[in-house]
Each structure stands twice: as structure tokens, then as C-alpha cells.
Design a protein around this ligand. Structure first.
Ligand code: WAQ
Ligand code: MG
Ligand code: MG
Ligand code: MG
Length: 255
């Protein structure tokens, strides 16, 4: 039996009482792996660079096996960019290659860069106009219920690429689930973690890392999913939030 294990932590009290979000994590694991993953999550909440949590919420839930969807991991590659400006130009170009209009791509960059406070989830943007299509405001759409099907194999894929950072590990899983959704064309992301400046664009054919999508020590970060304007938003959001997805690691990747 597989279990979903989720953690969210905050400082200054619980999120719902106004505490500042520190970190979140989730895994889908076998029963015997639950304790170890919970331990790692708690450590992370106490040692995050955003601060030391004083509130931690843990949820452990059995998953109905028939509900699990298996998908392929996106292949990883890295685009060249040595400044934020060239990084953002590379992102726009990759978004346009993915089928996003130039106006929508530029608008996506502008909307992420304009966030004065981190959102909880992602914005859904029209791939033609760049207009916001979800009604989730500052909360955004939170992708959840995903993990890798084979963690040791996935670790090996990342290690072979010299990618050992937790950010990459989680982002490739999230991006793979997002691109497996009908209606999604591309994703643009950079972290809100102060020192993590590498972001990415993902589309149906890959995960493209882009060094320098923001400046060092900037708390700005976010995610935008570009979707076809005729997409059924309710169906899409339900898939992203609720459908348990396990990602099969891809051995043959660039990086
Ligand atoms: N679902 C939707 N949006 C999310 C989620 C989620 N589960 N988690 C985070 N976000 C949004 C939210 O607005 C955050 O403020 C923003 O994304 C950034 O989240 O290959 O670590 O967890 O080296 O800070 C990219 C790795 C790492 C690039 C991105 O994002 C690479 C990262 P963070
Ligand atoms: Mg985080
Ligand atoms: Mg994260
Ligand atoms: Mg973060």
C-alpha cells in the first residue's frame, strides 16, 4: 500500500492564523518508508533558510492504488544564460517554441516578477493572451499528490547530471506532472528561495533549466502554467491538485 505524506510549516503560528510559510514537502511512499520521510520533513522545517518553523502540520493518508497514474519524467537539459536578462530572454524564446505567444510569454515574466509576496501555488495563464485564467488570486493553484515511482533510480539520473539539489529533485517531479495534464502547454518557474536563482521552462518535450532567472538574494519567485484558452479549468485543477501521479525516471537524459 502507498501513502501520501505531506508537511507544511510556518513561523509565527499556523498558516491559517497568519504565520509566515517556511516550507512544504510531500512524498508518496510505502508504509515502511513513512517514518523516515516524516523525519526528513521535520528537519527541513527546522532548518530552512526562510527561518525556523514554530508550526508544523503533517498529514499521512493511504492512497487507493487504482487511482494512481504513471507518467514519464521530463528529460532535463540546461540552457545557456549568464545574466538575469539573458536568462529571461532564453525563457521567452523557449516559451514561444512551446506554442505560447510572445505577448503571453512576456506577460508571464512580468506577472511573476511583479509578485511582491510569494503565492502559495501557481497562476494559470492563457497561452495566447497571458491573462490569468484561474480565480485563485494570491493562493494560486497548488500541484500536489506526486512523487517518483523509483527514488533510487531517480537519484541516479540526477546524480549522473551532477544535480544533487533538492530544488531540482522536486521541481522536475512537479513539472512532469504539470506537463502530463491536458491543456497545459508550458510552465515558467523560478524559486522564491533567496539564494536559488536557477529557474526553468518546461513543455511537453522537456525540462529546460535556466541559470539566473532572478537576482541573488531576491525573495521574488513564482510559477505560471500556460494553458490553451479553451481548457476546462475545473478538470485541470482537479487533476493537478488531487490525482496521485508517480513519475517513472528517464534514464536517457541530457542535463
Ligand atoms: N504547486 C504550484 N505552485 C507551487 C508549488 C506547488 N506545489 N510549490 C511552489 N509553488 C510556487 C509558489 O508560488 C512558490 O512561491 C514558487 O512556486 C516557487 O517555489 O532545475 O524551488 O519551491 O535548478 O521556491 C527550480 C529548480 C526550483 C530549477 C523552484 O520553487 C533547477 C523552486 P519554490
Ligand atoms: Mg518551498
Ligand atoms: Mg519547493
Ligand atoms: Mg521556495
Amino acid at each position: 500500500m502507498l501513502y501520501s505524506v505531506k508537511m507544511r510549516s510556518a513561523k509565527g503560528g499556523a498558516h491559517e492564523l497568519g504565520g509566515k510559510h517556511i516550507s512544504g514537502a510531500e512524498r508518496i511512499v510505502n508504509q515502511e518508508e513513512i517514518e523516515r520521510s516524516v523525519q526528513a520533513m521535520i528537519e527541513r522545517a527546522f532548518q530552512h533558510e526562510r527561518g525556523c518553523a514554530d508550526f508544523i502540520n503533517l498529514k499521512i493518508e493511504q492512497i487507493v492504488p487504482q487511482n494512481i497514474v504513471y507518467i514519464r519524467q521530463l528529460a532535463i537539459s540546461t540552457l545557456a544564460a549568464d545574466t538575469m536578462l539573458s536568462g529571461r530572454n532564453a525563457a521567452v524564446e523557449k516559451l514561444i517554441n512551446s506554442g505560447v505567444t510572445k505577448a503571453a510569454a512576456l506577460s508571464g515574466i512580468e506577472q511573476l516578477a511583479g509578485l511582491s509576496e510569494s503565492m502559495h501555488g501557481a497562476m494559470l495563464l492563457s497561452s495566447t493572451t497571458g491573462q490569468r485564467l484561474d480565480a485563485a488570486a494570491q493562493r494560486g493553484i497548488r500541484v500536489s499528490n506526486m512523487d517518483v515511482a523509483d527514488l533510487p533510480a531517480y537519484r541516479m539520473v540526477l546524480r549522473n547530471c551532477g544535480l544533487l539539489d533538492m530544488h531540482v529533485r522536486e521541481a522536475v517531479v512537479l513539472a512532469s506532472k504539470v506537463q502530463s495534464a491536458a491543456g497545459v502547454i508550458a510552465e515558467l518557474c523560478w524559486s522564491d528561495d533567496l539564494t536559488y536563482t536557477t529557474g526553468y521552462v518546461a513543455n511537453k518535450s522537456g525540462y529546460y533549466r535556466i541559470p539566473h532567472l532572478k537576482l541573488l538574494n531576491s525573495p521574488n519567485g513564482g510559477r505560471a502554467f500556460f494553458i490553451k484558452p479553451d481548457t476546462n479549468i475545473e478538470v485541470l485543477v482537479s487533476y493537478l491538485e488531487n490525482t496521485p501521479v508517480l513519475i517513472r525516471p528517464q534514464e536517457k537524459v541530457g542535463c
